[in-house]
Write a protein that binds this ligand. Structure first.
Ligand code: CU
Length: 141
């Protein structure tokens, strides 16, 4: 009994280990200001997207992908998914995504980082944006 109690004490700080990530667009451009961030394998990630754009056409989201080769597929499928789905298609490569943020809006999503270290892509799937609007989530111990 005593031995079990002592062992459990070792993991006491796990709850505070959440990566806080904030991403903004570059003005009214189809670009993320933060094109790279690093988290630990399996870490909880709270990603906040602040849409600081002012042009009505600059609606954005952040869609995180498990497969770097899925960028074109997801970006293209997003147009067919349409406004009703906030331009997020159903695709196995989508790890997490925010809702669509109009200019002036802030959205967020909390997810668990992949356990596999490596570089993961995130894109904005609003029609026409994903080719320019990309970033890299680096998962490293
Ligand atoms: Cu966008």
């Amino acid at each position: 009994m005593i031995a079990v109690g002592l062992t459990a004490c070792g993991g006491g700080e796990a709850g505070s280990d959440v990566a806080q990530i904030e991403i903004r667009p570059v003005g009214d451009e189809m670009r993320f200001e933060q094109t790279e961030f690093t988290v630990k394998p399996g870490q909880q990630v709270r990603l906040v997207f602040v849409n600081t754009a002012t042009s009505p056409a600059m609606q954005h989201n952040v869609v995180i992908l498990t497969d770097p080769n899925a960028v074109d597929r997801v970006g293209t499928a997003a147009m067919e998914a349409g406004e009703a789905n906030e331009y997020v298609p159903t695709d196995e490569a989508i790890l997490a995504h925010t809702s669509l943020a109009a200019p002036g809006e802030t959205v967020e999503v909390t997810f668990t980082a992949p356990s596999e270290p490596g570089d993961y892509k995130y894109i904005c799937t609003f029609p026409g944006h994903y080719v320019m609007m990309q970033g890299t989530m680096r998962v490293a111990a």
